[in-house]
Design a binder for this molecule. Structure first.
Ligand code: NAD
Length: 454
């Protein structure tokens, strides 16, 4: 599926029309290719008085090949003000609302200094970990700043808030994978998000271009759409992919699996013996599964009054209950080892609700509940559980939406365009990396900061 309007606005005639008529202006997003530098230009790193993270973050960035600009040299913009690939601010030192002024002082002079596809990252302390109410209040305030910057800066700039736990152990390595993901083109369609990084185990890969080297990864619903993109991205990043889909999609599934040197499993996830057959296959072929990605999903849209019970049951079963049954079986048989990852695909409909989708939104909100309940339960076993919630992604599923509703869904976000399957795949990839062990219990929207459920 292509967004013809987004291509048109990149042409000379398109640029003129967009300016004259004040039409939506979707920027070309900076997406990742192996070997790319993390940023299109230097990063400016600022810190509030008493911040704890600026120094370790500077070390991470330098080791990643990012050029750090000298803040002193950049406070007085001359005729040729410097342009940045990223602005990062360590706000962990802010303990009172009166100190929020430091954010203004850092960001105000740079509001027009971003290169296209720039990145803004604010680092804070989780409010629930702050000992004093005033500190918790000030830390919570950071969300409003970040979400507004995501809406203001434009030209494909994204903005995120990363809350980093105070527990010291392993924080540095655990933060690295998240910084690398957010700064890179992998996070092109992720904006306005609040991400929590804990103190879990994290192992840096030998090569950050192959962060999944040697990992056995199961992807459900891999024959097409987001699942096919997932299989390709995870294989590109070094994973051995087990691609699963229904028997009726066997040919498309085989094509994906052959393409990436993975294996194909034809299985209807709702079949009563599906969990056992899947566990037997993984045990026999690989002896384990390091990463489970629950991507398969269906819609059966009708308003509640017109929906029949089958439409309700099918959607809850495929999108939610089958995930629970498979988790229980794989965990119960010890097939997901320490350091394992479970990543589920939710939806912004599970956050905002959607007319005509009571069944779907219920199932996708349930997926968020699964993350909330399973992540703390599995922390002790070193297994992380996260979800992504895609917004409008250009697939066959969204191609079926009537034109006017489709155009509204596409444009009603800070980036004025739909995302691509690869954007969801890259985000799931980051959550699946061995280096992301400290990221658990998160629901990360891949929605270009959609207005729905915001
Ligand atoms: P899609 O329909 O293109 O692909 C879904 C795949 O899941 C298909 O290949 C299908 O055969 C498979 N599948 C369905 N039922 C199955 C079963 N019982 N057993 C095994 N496989 C089964 O959809 P997509 O757009 O790629 O969506 C992928 C996921 O992303 C879904 O969970 C969907 O709800 C979610 N999502 C998509 C969007 C979007 O804009 N496309 C937005 C939010 C969430």
């Amino acid at each position: 599926m292509t967004d013809r309007y987004a291509s048109f606005v990149q042409s000379a005639a398109g640029r003129t029309l967009v300016k004259r008529l004040g039409l939506p202006d979707p920027p070309r997003l900076r997406r990742h290719s192996p070997g790319d530098p993390l940023l299109p230009g230097p990063a400016l790193l600022g810190t509030a008085t008493g911040g704890l993270l600026a120094e370790p973050v500077a070390r991470i960035l330098t080791a990643a090949g990012v050029e750090l600009a000298d803040p002193a040299a950049d406070t007085a913009p001359g005729d040729n003000p410097r342009r940045y690939g990223a602005l990062l601010f360590d706000a962990t030192g802010i303990i009172d609302s009166t100190e929020l002024r430091q954010l203004y002082d850092f960001f105000h002079p740079q509001a027009r200094a971003m290169l296209p596809g720039g990145r803004v990252i604010v680092l804070g302390t989780p409010p629930q970990e702050c000992p004093m109410p005033r500190e918790a209040t000030a830390q919570r305030a950071l969300e409003g700043l970040v979400r507004s910057i995501g809406k203001e800066f434009g030209r494909g700039t994204t903005a995120q808030l990363v809350y980093v736990t105070r527990a010291e152990n392993g924080v540095l390595t655990s933060l690295e994978s998240t910084l690398r993901f957010l700064l890179s083109g992998r996070s092109a369609y992720v904006s306005g998000q609040v991400i929590r990084v804990g103190a879990g185990e994290a192992t840096a890969p030998a090569d950050w271009d192959r962060p999944l080297d040697g990992q056995v990864v199961l992807v459900t619903g891999a024959a097409r759409g987001i699942g096919a993109a997932l299989a390709r991205v995870l294989a590109r990043d070094g994973a051995q992919v087990v691609a699963l889909d229904i028997p009726a999609a066997g040919d498309a599934l085989a094509a994906v699996a052959n393409d990436i040197g993975g294996t194909a499993v034809q299985l209807d996830l709702t079949a009563p013996d599906a969990p056992t057959r899947l566990a037997d296959h993984l045990a026999g072929r690989h002896g384990r599964v390091d990463v489970v990605v629950h991507n398969a999903g269906i819609t059966r849209d009708k308003t509640l009054g017109r929906m029949d019970a089958d439409q309700w049951d099918q959607v809850i079963d495929v999108n939610l209950s089958s995930q629970e049954r498979i988790n229980d079986m794989l965990l119960g048989r010890g097939l997901i080892p320490t350091g394992g990852r479970i990543v589920s695909v939710s939806s912004i409909a599970g956050i905002a609700g959607n007319r005509g989708q009571t069944n779907y939104a219920t199932s996708k909100a349930g997926v968020i509940g699964l993350v909330d309940s399973l992540a703390p339960a599995l922390r002790g076993r070193g297994i992380s559980v996260n979800a992504v919630a895609p917004g409008f992604i250009e697939t066959r599923l969204t191609a079926r939406i009537p034109l006017v509703v489709r155009e509204a869904g596409r444009r009603m976000n800070s980036l004025a365009q739909g995302g691509l399957p690869v954007d969801v795949a890259e985000t799931i990839g980051w959550l699946a990396w061995p280096a992301s062990g400290a990221v658990s219990g998160n629901v990360v929207r891949v929605c270009g900061q959609s207005l729905l459920g915001a």
